[in-house]
Design a protein around this ligand. Structure first.
Ligand code: KG4
Ligand code: ZN
Length: 353
């Protein structure tokens, strides 16, 4: 079955054609780097206009087979920016209507989770880790579509924290790769920083305190984010390295103890931040179960993971009549799973829905 996947949840526009949920025939992504450097980040209205401009030419570029041969259209319908989602969903609905093809809506976070399954078949259950610009989620994965959320961020997502930290250090958007690069020349233990802990919720995250600690470190106590930097270029490298080390050590610690507590046989990682080499080394060194990373090109937002997961959604539920763009779309969870797993009782289920 050939599935056309459409991604437009934030600023990337993506189209891909994937066979049977695994084999990628085409995968094209338009980024908005020129707009990022002009506006210093994502401006929703501007991002939406760009989606509209590039949708049709990008679809044509992705169509390595005639449109008639496509069996299913899959579109990311949330979570994300409402305007951007509406553009993708309306486009997909129009295409499905005019061609008579079935359509499914795909949760963007679930698609990041699925990315590590596109070329591999990890042993399950697994601990899924979504680390992106909008999300930091730990998910107990029994199978595709069988999820239980065990932890998430209470404030900034990990990628958002990197983007904000980069801005404080005067680095361009998106900041993650720039922090990683600067940190390569720094000492990760030079400045003692701490990531947040949430009482009674061992697998939740908080990065806003870490970000404020970085602000005071590089701009002085009581500085605001627009104050000038007061540290040397050398210390800037150490600050980037210390920030990166602190944020990722917290993540790795929670991922590994979550995997152990839940009896997971593997770890699946997805989302833009999973490109970070320092994180990959930390997790590989610390984990006692195998780790599955997204194939090349599938960490950041793209249509291939939407098409890949869309295939499974269609197998399970068939096409949808009407798809709604939902900026706060939650991961659909099992309601029974947590009670059936033997180790889950040990730390309570109050934060597990
Ligand atoms: O998954 P993604 O494309 O978008 C969302 O769904 O949000 O992830 C984008 C995020 C940005 O915050 C970016 O700074 C971060 O991924 N990122 C990185 C790296 N490459 C991208 N963060 C840390 N290190 C990297 N090498
Ligand atoms: Zn994403």
């Amino acid at each position: 079955m050939l599935v056309l996947g459409i991604e437009s949840t934030c600023d990337e526009t993506g189209f891909a054609i994937v066979r049977d949920g695994q084999e990628i025939l085409s995968n094209v992504v338009a980024t908005q780097e020129d707009l990022h450097s002009r506006f210093g980040g994502v401006v929703p209205e501007v991002a939406c206009r760009r989606h509209v401009d590039v949708l049709l030419p990008l679809l044509n570029k992705a169509l390595c087979v005639p449109l008639e041969e496509i069996d299913l259209i899959a579109v990311a319908n949330g979570p994300g920016l409402i305007g951007a989602l509406l553009i993708g969903v309306n486009f997909a609905q129009g295409l499905a209507f005019s061609t008579g093809k079935p359509l499914v809506g795909v949760n963007h976070i679930e698609a990041h989770l699925y990315s590590a399954l596109m070329e591999s078949q990890p042993p399950l259950p697994a601990l899924g880790v979504v680390m992106s610009g909008g999300h930091t989620s730990l998910v107990y994965v029994e199978d595709v579509g069988q999820y239980t959320l065990i932890g998430q961020t209470q404030d900034d997502a990990i990628g958002e924290a990197f983007d904000k930290a980069a801005k404080l250090l005067g680095l361009p958007y998106p900041g993650g790769p720039h922090i990683e690069q600067l940190a390569r020349e720094g000492d990760p233990n030079r400045f003692p920083l701490k990531a947040g802990r949430i009482k009674g919720r061992p697998y939740d995250f908080s990065f806003s305190g870490l970000k404020t600690a970085l602000l005071y470190l590089v701009k002085g106590q009581n500085a605001t984010k627009n104050s000038p930097l007061i540290i040397s270029d050398e210390d800037k490298k150490h600050a980037a390295a210390s920030f990166q080390h602190t944020a990722f050590s917290d993540l790795v610690e929670k991922v590994c103890s979550g995997a152990k507590q839940y009896g997971c046989k593997s770890i699946l990682v997805g989302g833009g931040v999973s490109q970070n080499t320092y994180f990959r080394c930390l997790l590989e060194n610390r984990s006692s179960v195998p780790i599955f990373w997204p194939p090349k090109g599938l960490c950041l937002d793209n249509g291939a993971i939407i098409a890949g997961l869309g295939y499974h959604i269609f197998q399970e539920h068939g096409g949808a009549e009407n798809i709604k763009a939902d900026p706060g779309l939650a991961l659909k969870e099992r309601t029974d799973a947590i009670h059936t797993h033997p180790t889950c009782h040990t730390f309570g289920t109050s934060h597990i829905h």
